[in-house]
Write a protein that binds this ligand. Structure first.
Ligand SMILES: [Zn+2]
Ligand SMILES: [Zn+2]
Length: 341
């Protein structure tokens, strides 16, 4: 079977790997769709030295497909089931694993696509508890989006307690930010979408943004205050991981506001007194989601007949992985997925 590996310095290759065989509690998935995530760009851009052993691991952590083979002790899924993959393994026994949060495992978790073979492949071998059932009405492409980017946005909005009472500023309109715009609007909030790339602002408008701001031309904190009678947004979410955007996300909220950091890496400088303490700000960090939340999201999308597929702008087959990553890195896309027609 084929699998995509990052070789370092924006090089990647489609290589041949042996067909996986399931252990007693493992499952082989036939891939139907696998999404590109903003966090894939970090290993994509890394040097070969920084990647180290990852240059021999299949990348991709938004897999979605059909169960092809199961081990003798697997009860959770059966051959033919359509599933999303919660892309972490853990000890299975600690409180976090028991709650479906294997990425928080007290005994160390493995990220599939980084430490174990991931989803940019014809097949993937996973533990049975990583398989999350999905409704028939949810497409594989939509399931792939939910499996990291859209699921991350959904959980962050839940953490923020977003409702129709809120004006929410979303910094960054990549796959996570666009998902937050889309789902936040569905939850009733007025969304102010911030991104310097015009294509992404246009997508945000199509996905329900009330207003968009180009931070390369306008001070977003001032612009958000102007749109909210000088008060600031009720809540903000940073999906960029960029220091300036993070600080702006915090500073653009009103007194008693909430801010949520989602974008990873990098750093940020706040002035605790004026930025946080004297404004009674609630500052939240949110990292992906549990198996239960992923299942809930699939049902949420189907029950409300949400057009999540509007988020997906580009589809590639695996052999065009290089082209897919070049385009995705340009930023002028919504969600990009590999598909297996
Ligand atoms: Zn991701
Ligand atoms: Zn654990």
């Amino acid at each position: 079977m084929r699998g995509v590996v990052f070789s370092g310095d924006r090089e990647l290759s489609v290589e041949e790997f042996p067909q996986p065989e399931p252990g007693p509690r493992q499952v082989v998935i036939r891939m139907e769709a696998a999404g590109l995530c903003g966090s894939d760009l970090r290993p994509y851009r890394s040097s070969p030295e920084a990647l180290g052993p990852r240059t021999s691991v299949i990348a991709g952590h938004e897999p979605c497909g059909t169960v092809e083979e199961v081990g003798a002790q697997v009860r959770k899924v059966k051959v033919g089931d359509r599933i999303m993959v919660h892309h972490y393994s853990g000890c299975g026994h600690c409180q976090h694993c028991q709650a479906g949060w294997t990425q928080l495992c007290a005994n160390g978790s493995k990220v599939y696509g980084s430490h174990a073979h991931g989803g940019f492949a014809d097949r993937e071998l996973v533990e049975d508890y990583m398989c999350v059932p999905m409704p028939d009405e949810l497409s594989f492409e939509e399931g792939a989006a939910c499996s990291c980017g859209t699921g991350t946005a959904y959980q962050a909005l839940k953490r923020l307690g977003i409702s129709g009472l809120d004006t929410l500023a979303v910094f960054g309109q990549g796959p996570v930010g666009l998902s937050a715009t889309f789902l936040g609007a569905v939850m009733g909030a007025r969304i102010i979408a911030v991104d310097p790339i015009s294509e992404r602002r246009r997508l945000a408008e199509g996905l329900g943004a009330w207003q968009t701001i180009d931070p390369s031309h306008t001070d977003p904190v001032e612009a958000i205050k102007e749109l909210t009678q000088g008060q600031g947004a009720d809540a903000s979410l940073d999906a960029t991981g960029i220091a300036e955007a993070r600080a702006n996300a915090v500073r653009s909220t009103r007194i008693w506001g909430r801010a949520c950091l989602v974008g990873e890496g990098g750093d940020v400088t706040f002035e605790p007194s004026p930025d946080i303490i004297h404004r009674q700000l609630t500052l939240i960090g949110s990292w992906t989601f549990s198996t239960g939340i992923l299942e809930e999201l699939g049902n949420f999308i189907v029950q409300r007949q949400l057009p999540l597929s509007d988020l997906i702008t580009h589809r590639f087959s695996l052999e065009h992985a290089e082209e897919a990553f070049k385009l995705f890195e340009s930023g002028a896309t919504g969600k990009v997925v590999f598909t297996w027609p």
